[in-house]
Design a protein around this ligand. Structure first.
Ligand code: ZN
Length: 279
């Protein structure tokens, strides 16, 4: 099943048609997707008969799309969650996930301009999880039952701000306006997990800078959900950035950062792509 948000309204991409969820359900489900996440299991039951359409990026109304969870109450993000990205960052793989936040106001739609805040803004394509029914102390075995679906995210990072001070704190440098685009569509776990050879990629001006199998992730999604929910109650619509693969600009010698006019395209097998123009 695939869902997206168009001009603020939750839309289902059915097998044969595009469905406005609020209208078709006779008002049973909110037009605001934030009102649907708390009732996700009920929604999936309702939506099942409409089937799941092919994701065609050419026909998707890109400029009308909003973030798939526009105002999550919590955004959790994981650092150093791919072996070779930890190495290029000068760290060993952590024994426990490194967790920080991107403040909610950094969340933005999937096709938008990215305003560069300095000469050290870097890309980090990530697989993003959106929570359906949340909870505390969710076991790894049950984790997928609490997840609404998966989408693409960019964890844009101003490296100067990120590494300012000792010890460094990550959250501010990753929370400037527009630094957390998520989308374009939410794909439910059953569909996403049915794929094999899933690849995560980032291109800058057509040049592939990051490309890795999703399977290279260190702490997998059920493990992350278990470890995080042991501390924080996960709430419907919460967003989890699961870490970036190797190939960020900061790991290059000399470092390469984004420049005005460059375009960043982020893609994951089965989830389509999103794109920002830097200015
Ligand atoms: Zn990241």
């Amino acid at each position: 099943m695939k869902v997206y948000v168009q001009d603020g309204r939750a839309v289902l991409l059915g097998a044969d048609e595009v469905i406005d969820i609020h209208e078709r359900s006779g008002g049973a489900f909110s037009s605001d997707i934030a009102g649907i996440y708390p009732r996700w299991d009920e929604f999936v039951q309702w939506a099942e008969p409409f089937g799941s359409g092919e994701l065609d990026m050419e026909t998707l109304p890109k400029n009308e799309l909003d973030a798939i969870s526009p105002a999550p109450r919590q955004v959790l993000a994981v650092g150093l969650n791919y072996v070779d990205h930890a190495a290029e960052s000068g760290f060993s793989v952590p024994e426990y996930p490194i967790v920080f936040t991107k403040f909610q106001s950094s969340i933005t739609k999937p096709f938008d301009d990215l305003e560069l805040t300095s000469g050290s803004v870097d890309w980090e394509v990530e697989l993003v999880v959106v929570i359906g029914s949340g909870g505390r102390n969710i076991s790894a075995e049950n984790a997928w039952d609490h997840i609404a679906g998966l989408t693409i995210g960019q964890d844009y990072s101003d490296r100067d701000a990120q590494f300012r001070g000792q010890p460094a704190q990550f959250s501010l440098g990753k929370s400037f306006e527009g630094f957390a685009p998520i989308g374009p569509v939410l794909v439910t776990p059953d569909e996403f997990l049915a794929q094999s050879d899933c690849v995560i990629e980032c291109e800058v001006d057509g040049e592939t800078v990051q490309s890795a199998p999703i399977a290279d992730i260190v702490f997998d999604i059920p493990d992350l959900i278990a470890k995080m929910s042991a501390v924080v109650e996960l709430l419907p619509g919460d967003v989890l950035f699961t870490g970036t693969p190797p190939g960020v600009g900061f790991g290059q010698v000399p470092p390469r950062y984004l420049r005005s006019g460059e375009r960043v395209r982020s893609s994951i097998t089965g989830l389509g792509y999103m794109e920002q123009a830097c200015r």
